[in-house]
Design a protein around this ligand. Structure first.
Ligand SMILES: *[C@@H]1O[C@H](CO)[C@@H](O)[C@H](O)[C@H]1NC(C)=O
Ligand SMILES: *[C@@H]1O[C@H](CO)[C@@H](O)[C@H](O)[C@H]1NC(C)=O
Ligand SMILES: *[C@@H]1O[C@H](CO)[C@@H](O)[C@H](O)[C@H]1NC(C)=O
Ligand SMILES: *[C@@H]1O[C@H](CO)[C@@H](O)[C@H](O)[C@H]1NC(C)=O
Ligand SMILES: *[C@@H]1O[C@H](CO)[C@@H](O)[C@H](O)[C@H]1NC(C)=O
Length: 396
């Protein structure tokens, strides 16, 4: 992929990710009832949907107007403002979590974020800064390795005392913390942008999800107990897919139908994996969150929720989707030096730069999912430490 010659150096392609849930016969019910969990920390794993500065620490900040809405400057996030993980932290009374890779004066007492934009679950075929279409070197197994280091080394650092004791989590925080996951979209992107057929990408999903489970178990084996997993969103509703595949069949919302079906199959397998993980990991409390359905409602019914033009990027350089094939122009410069800036009405827009959601959309999604209404367990975020049992009872 290419950017305008005089644009910022942030000319990488970032594929997104997300998923759907089929209603299955296996539902869950709480074993214990009702009390907030009091999570002392959050540890997050993922891609740009939840990266709060990891890729920026490696390769540099995205350029203005990224961050314009809340931080009023680029803030390591691929959005105009905050992400779902920020709203999660805020609602739990925790500070916004910093990227593990942010080496400058960072306070990890209440969590660390291992996500980087452009991360995949499996080893990616092309690594940034290689172009076009390079992915983050920090794929999920590396995120796990970094977490493992963080767990042991943070305790050694704490023991130095003084200021160090107040920069790292307590040992017990690791057991009591909330572990959040939002990853998989880029594994689908690897296929779609690597000239694979829809069937080929679809067929790769069981292996992608197996790799997710392996990493998940590794994290559990280090003592993690409370988990909150976002499924993948409707990738076929994002401009980077719509602009790249203009002839792909559209559904009634204008989304690329079969691309979304691949997201849905990913989510189906992910949900199956969660059922298996609950059996294999008896001490884990695992909440599976159907972010796909909430995101899709923004495309099928934008006006109902106060949004407009959900298929069109707010920050781009024209075209049907305000997105240039294979190029994230947002924050770059045109050949005549004009900045590719914001549409100005970002608070009613869903898509920010062709791949990523706006703060307004992220806030909406958070409000929907935090109640438990889209969770497989029905537990709200604040109670995600409560273990549930698989039930054979059919809910519907
Ligand atoms: C780090 O943050 C925690 C609260 O999250 C605070 O108690 C602690 O004092 C901070 N550490 C430093 C060195 O400021
Ligand atoms: C996909 O195919 C196009 C056209 O044949 C080619 O230019 C491009 O390099 C291919 N991309 C990948 C990732 O193989
Ligand atoms: C993906 O594979 C599953 C299992 O074979 C199949 O049920 C589903 O229809 C496939 N989806 C697509 C979009 O090819
Ligand atoms: C630069 O180019 C863009 C797109 O071609 C155009 O809309 C804009 O008016 C131009 N700006 C200047 C200062 O010429
Ligand atoms: C496309 O992006 C440009 C540059 O940010 C913005 O001015 C324009 O309003 C956007 N178009 C739409 C339809 O949002």
């Amino acid at each position: 992929m290419v950017l305008f010659p005089s644009s910022t150096n942030f000319n990488i392609k970032i594929s997104s990710f997300c998923v759907l849930v089929l209603s299955v016969a296996c539902t869950l019910y709480p074993v214990f009832s009702s009390k907030s969990c009091d999570f002392p920390a959050i540890f997050n794993f993922g891609d740009s949907n939840s990266d709060t500065g990891g890729l920026a620490s490696l390769f540099g900040q995205p350029a203005t107007p990224y961050g314009e809405t809340y931080f009023h400057k680029p803030a390591g996030r691929f959005s105009d403002g905050r992400l779902k993980i920020d709203f999660i932290a805020k609602s739990l009374g925790l500070p916004y979590i910093s990227a593990y890779l942010d080496s400058l004066g960072t306070n990890f007492t209440q969590g660390a974020n291992f996500a980087t934009a452009a991360s995949t679950i499996r080893l990616p075929p092309i690594i940034l800064p290689h172009l076009p279409a390079g992915y983050s070197p920090v794929y999920l197994s590396v995120q796990y390795a970094q977490f493992q280091q963080f767990l042991s080394r943070s305790q050694a650092v704490r023991q130095r005392g003084g200021v160090y004791a107040n920069l790292m989590p307590k040992r017990e925080s690791f057991r009591k913390a909330l572990y959040t996951f939002d990853i998989g979209q880029n594994d689908l992107g690897v296929g779609f942008f690597g000239n694979k057929t829809i069937e080929e990408v679809n067929a790769s999903i069981p292996d992608i999800v197996n790799s997710f489970s392996t990493n998940f178990k590794n994290i559990y084996n280090l003592g993690a107990r409370s988990f909150w997993i976002h499924n993948t969103g409707p990738i076929g509703c994002l401009p980077y897919i719509l602009a790249k595949f203009p002839l792909a069949l559209r559904d009634r919302s204008g989304c690329a139908k079969r691309y979304n079906e691949v997201s849905q199959y990913f989510n189906h397998k992910l949900k199956e994996a969660v059922v298996q993980l609950r059996m294999d990991l008896p001490l884990a409390a695992i909440t599976y969150v159907d972010v796909y359905s909430v995101k899709y409602s923004l495309f099928s019914n934008p006006n109902k929720y106060g949004f407009e033009k959900p298929l069109v990027a707010c920050c781009g350089n024209g075209g049907k989707y305000n997105y240039t094939v294979d190029v994230m122009t947002c924050g770059g410069r045109l050949p005549n030096a004009t900045l590719v800036g914001s549409c100005g009405r970002v608070s009613v827009r869903v898509n920010w730069d062709g791949i990523h959601y706006t703060e307004a959309a992220n806030n909406f999604i958070f409000n929907q999912i935090s109640t438990g209404a889209f969770s497989d367990t029905s537990l709200p975020l604040s109670m995600a430490c409560i273990k549930t049992k698989n039930s054979t009872k059919n809910h519907n």
